[in-house]
Design a protein around this ligand. Structure first.
Ligand SMILES: NC(=O)c1ccc[n+]([C@@H]2O[C@H](COP(=O)([O-])OP(=O)(O)OC[C@H]3O[C@@H](n4cnc5c(N)ncnc54)[C@H](OP(=O)(O)O)[C@@H]3O)[C@@H](O)[C@H]2O)c1
Length: 285
């Protein structure tokens, strides 16, 4: 089985390659080797590879860049998936695409399910939502996985930034009033491996179970790593950052009973495993 993973040097793509590389014949070109905004480049790669599966992990994920460079964000997040879906249709490849909780407005106080109506507030969510819709316009076998608040991998995201600051400062302000679904990137890769054995088309929410604020995450990290800092709960508004962020961006799936690949462990358990790995790889003191 041949798999094409786009956005090959990205955080999720790298983790997918680690996990799937054991079982599949992978080609994971970086942006410089395959630009998903170019149908010609896509066609060149498909005609050479004729992939059984295509996993689109390419995107512009920086929320502020999407606001400031909307046209480019739309080309990559909105139209890139369309070009890939068209190629999948032509080559009979199964298309797997990643989307985000940011397609929702974050105003619902219970978890968002697959049946909830998207209402993106920010350019990032809007372009990702357009990408989802564009895929659905194409008659190909597609699966869209919406995920959220990924941690792990090599990108310096919240967890790594928090650890770094907590080692340097006696007190760290952490936001308590934004709630999400923290999800270990390794769990996503393992779930995708399971999904590939029996692919089901559709749109699914794929996140570790439970929900948390950034403060909840910081508390767990502090305890697990015995960090000697005080946590200062602050509201997102207190940070005086101009950009809106959805206050409640928790995902859950209606289909967990039906498909075992959607049943992920609690985020706390996944986070502990990730932190144990960090302790082994890079000692904190
Ligand atoms: N990270 C999260 O918390 C999160 C949450 C929910 C959903 N997701 C979704 O998960 C997917 C993967 O996210 P990630 O965290 O792995 O993002 P990432 O680390 O930013 O990786 C995205 C990759 O896409 C590449 N890329 C950008 N424009 C491209 C283009 N035109 N053609 C080909 N590649 C291009 C980037 O390469 P360059 O940097 O070289 O341009 C980068 O390597 C995305 O669809 C994202 O929306 C992520």
């Amino acid at each position: 089985m041949k798999i094409l993973i786009t956005g090959g040097s990205g955080n999720l793509a790298t983790e997918l390659a680690k996990v799937l590389g054991k079982d599949y014949d992978l080609y994971a070109p970086a942006h410089s080797d395959l630009d998903i905004t170019s149908p010609q480049e896509i066609n060149r790669v498909f005609s050479r590879l004729n992939p059984d599966f295509v996993i689109n992990a390419a995107a512009i994920t920086d929320v502020d860049s999407c606001e400031n460079q909307f046209t480019q964000a739309l080309a990559v997040n909105g139209w890139g998936p369309f070009h890939l879906a068209r190629a999948c249709q032509q080559y009979q490849s199964i298309f797997v695409h990643f989307s985000t909780e940011m397609i929702f407005d974050g105003l619902k106080t219970t978890p968002y399910l697959e049946t909830d109506r998207p209402n993106p507030i920010l350019a990032y969510g809007l372009t990702k939502h357009i990408g989802e819709q564009n895929i659905q316009c194409v008659q190909c076998h597609y699966t869209i996985f919406r995920t959220s608040w990924l941690f792990g991998g090599s990108a310096p995201k919240f967890v790594n930034r928090f650890i770094e600051i907590a080692k340097q400062q006696p007190s760290v302000p952490v936001v308590y009033d934004q709630i999400g679904s923290p999800t270990y990137i390794r769990d996503i890769a393992v779930a995708i491996n399971q999904y590939l054995q029996e692919p089901h088309p559709g749109i699914y929410h794929l996140v570790d179970s439970g929900q948390a604020s950034r403060l909840d995450m910081a508390r767990l990290i502090k305890k697990e790593l015995s960090l000697d800092c005080e946590l200062l709960p602050v509201s997102y508004e207190d940070l005086k950052i101009a950009t809106y962020r959805p206050p409640h961006a928790v995902l859950d799936s209606l289909y967990k009973d039906k498909y075992s690949f959607l049943r992920l462990r609690p985020w706390e358990e996944a986070m502990r495993e990730y932190l144990r790995g960090l302790k082994t790889d890079t000692p904190l003191s």
